[in-house]
Design a protein around this ligand. Sequence first.
Ligand SMILES: [Zn+2]
Length: 133
Amino acid sequence: MKNKSDLERLEDAKVTFGEHAFAPTEMYCDKCGSQMKRADIEMPVSDYVKVKLKVFICSKCREEMLGLNEAKKLDRALVINRLLSQDYPVSFKRRLSFDGDNYIFRLPSELTKGKHTEVKIIPLESNEALIRW
Ligand SMILES: [Zn+2]
């Protein structure tokens, strides 16, 4: 556990990212230090979800690494797979109101964090949707 002065110093730290930090054009292996080669792969997340990724592979030790943008793509594929398998580790039940034309529900403020004026609803099935704010 860091002491308070370390945490305060971290809060003051200024972080900058290089031009290619999220989509790097070259990488060096963490294990052996060799320059890695780019490759397009299709990674199965489950029997029915696959994701195409641009990865870096070490020609010496076969270690694979992802840039941040590709890691985000893999993370989204894992979320989609979890949605399709209907294995929701966290969910919220909200009461629906009806104003004569539309159904209305409230989003818990613990989820939304910050001020939002609109949400995007992505229908998944006739009785399922993804809500993004
Ligand atoms: Zn290597």
